[in-house]
Design a protein around this ligand. Structure first.
Ligand SMILES: *Cc1c(COP(=O)(O)O)cnc(C)c1O
Length: 415
C-alpha cells in the first residue's frame, strides 16, 4: 500500500485545519423518519432527544406521508427494487415514462427526462445542448450543481450580479455574437429564500433571443397558486425553455431529478447527457412514490395552502419577536445573526430547547452574513411553530438580540 504514514499525515493535517477553523461538518444522526418531530442522537453517543425539525427541505410534509409510503411499497412489490441498468439499455419501465408525462403536465412544459438527481440533471444538461459557439450567462448565486454543470460544458461562461436585470441586459448585449445564449438562474435561491424575477427575465430573453434555464428545486410543488413553481408565480408558464428540479425536496424528499422543457432540448439530453446515459435511473419504489406525490398535489392545493399559511405565521412571529429575517414570501426564512459564532451558539441553545435548526456561515454564505436558515413545512402544525418561536425568544433574550438592529448586533458580536 502506498498510503504511507506521511500521506495519512497530510490528510489529517487538512482535516484538523478544518476543525480549528470551525468549518468541520459534524453530522447529527436522526433515528426516526423525516418529519416535523424527529429523534436525534447528538452529540454522537448521547441519548436520543425528541426535537422539532425546522431545517428540512420537506416543504410539503411528503417525506413520510402515509399514502406516499404506501405507494412506494406497492411500487416495490409490482416493479421490484432496482433496475440494474441505465435507461437506454434495459432500465426504462412503464412507470418511468408515466412519471415523465406527469411532470410535463404538472410543470406545463413540452417534455421531461428523469435523472438520478437534480445535481445530475444540472451536471449533464448544459454539455448536452450547448457548444463552444454558445454562451451561458448565470446569476452569481446559482446552486453548486449548476456551477459544476457549467464547468463541464465547453460554451463560454459569464455571470450577472444577483437578480440585477440591468446587468443581465448588459451581458446579453455583450454576447450578441454567439450562436446561442442561455440565461441561467435558480427559481428560489436557497440561502436567502428570494425568487428570480422570471417575468423580467422572459422579457429580456425574448428581446435578445436567448434561452432561459431555471432550476426550481426549492419551488416545485408549492410556489405559485397551484404549486407549479416560480414560473407560475410570475405568470410565465410555458415560457421557460429548460426547468430542472428535484424530487428530493417538496416533491417527496427521496431522490431523483429531471430536465423539463422544450421537446428538442429534452431529446438532446436523452441522446447525450452523461449522467442519464451512464448512471442508474431512479429506483422503482421512488418513482412510484413521486407519482403519488404528483397525484396528491394535482388533486388539491391544500398542502401548499397550509404551507403558505404556516409561512406567514412564522415570518410574522419572528418579526414580532424582534428578530431580523430576510424579507420575502417563500418558506425559506433566514434569521440573520451576522456573526458565525453567534449563529453556532444560538443553534446549539435552540437544540437544548428542542428545536433543530442549523447555523450557516462563511463560506456557505458571505462573510458577516451568518444566519440560521429556517424552513417551514406543511408537516408543521401551529403548535410546532409556537414552540419554536418560544425557543427563539428565550435564546434571543439570552444573547440580547431581540429588537436590536443589524448595527447593534455587529457592534456587540463582530462580523
Ligand atoms: C437541492 C438542490 C439541487 C440538488 O438536488 P438533488 O436532487 O438532491 O441532487 C439542485 N439544485 C438546487 C437549486 C437545489 O436546491
Amino acid at each position: 500500500m502506498a498510503f504511507t504514514e506521511k500521506t495519512r499525515g497530510l490528510y489529517s493535517e487538512i482535516l484538523t485545519g478544518l476543525q480549528t477553523a470551525g468549518l468541520f461538518k459534524q453530522e447529527r444522526f436522526i433515528h426516526s423518519a423525516q418529519a416535523a418531530d424527529i429523534e436525534v442522537e447528538y452529540p454522537t453517543g448521547a441519548p436520543l432527544k425528541k426535537v422539532i425539525n425546522i431545517c428540512a427541505n420537506n416543504y410539503l410534509g411528503m417525506s413520510s406521508h402515509p399514502e406516499v409510503v404506501k405507494a412506494a411499497h406497492d411500487g416495490l412489490d409490482s416493479h421490484g427494487y432496482g433496475m440494474s441498468s441505465v435507461r437506454f439499455i434495459c432500465g426504462t419501465q412503464d412507470i418511468h415514462r408515466t412519471l415523465e408525462s406527469m411532470v410535463t403536465q404538472f410543470l406545463g412544459t413540452e417534455d421531461t427526462i428523469l435523472f438520478p438527481s437534480c445535481l445530475d440533471a444540472n451536471g449533464g444538461v448544459f454539455e448536452a445542448v450547448l457548444t463552444k459557439d454558445d454562451v451561458m450567462i448565470s446569476d452569481r448565486l446559482v446552486h453548486a450543481s449548476i456551477i459544476d454543470g457549467i464547468r463541464l460544458c465547453s460554451a463560454m461562461h459569464d455571470t450577472f450580479k444577483h437578480s440585477d436585470m440591468e446587468h443581465l441586459e448588459e451581458k446579453l448585449q455583450l454576447h450578441s455574437d454567439k450562436r446561442l445564449k442561455m440565461v441561467i438562474t435558480d427559481g428560489v435561491f436557497s440561502m436567502d429564500g428570494d425568487t428570480a424575477k422570471l417575468d423580467k427575465m422572459v422579457e429580456l430573453c425574448e428581446k435578445y433571443n436567448a434561452l432561459l434555464f431555471v432550476d426550481d428545486s426549492h419551488a416545485s410543488g408549492f410556489i405559485g397558486k397551484t404549486g407549479r413553481g416560480t414560473h407560475e408565480k410570475y405568470g410565465v408558464m410555458g415560457e421557460i425553455d429548460i426547468i430542472t428540479t428535484t424530487f428530493g425536496k417538496g416533491l417527496g424528499g427521496a431522490s431523483g431529478g429531471c430536465v423539463s422543457g422544450r421537446r428538442e432540448l429534452v431529446e438532446m439530453c436523452r441522446q447525450k447527457a452523461r449522467p442519464y446515459l451512464f448512471s442508474n435511473t431512479i429506483a422503482p419504489p421512488v418513482v412510484a412514490g413521486v407519482i403519488k406525490v404528483l397525484e396528491i398535489l394535482s388533486a388539491s392545493t391544500d398542502r401548499r395552502d397550509k404551507l403558505e399559511h404556516n409561512t406567514e405565521f412564522w415570518r410574522k412571529g419572528l418579526i414580532d419577536a424582534g428578530l431580523i429575517i430576510k424579507s420575502g414570501d417563500t418558506p425559506i426564512v433566514p434569521v440573520m445573526l451576522f456573526n458565525a459564532k453567534l449563529a453556532q451558539d444560538v443553534s446549539r441553545d435552540l437544540y437544548e430547547e428542542g428545536i433543530y435548526a442549523i447555523g450557516f456561515f462563511f463560506p456557505v454564505v458571505s462573510q458577516g452574513q451568518a444566519r440560521i436558515r429556517t424552513q417551514i413545512s406543511a408537516g408543521h402544525e401551529i403548535h410546532h411553530l409556537e414552540k419554536a418561536l418560544d425557543a427563539f425568544k428565550k435564546v434571543g433574550k439570552k444573547y440580547d438580540i431581540l429588537g436590536k438592529s443589524k448595527q447593534e448586533i455587529i457592534e456587540r458580536y463582530g462580523m
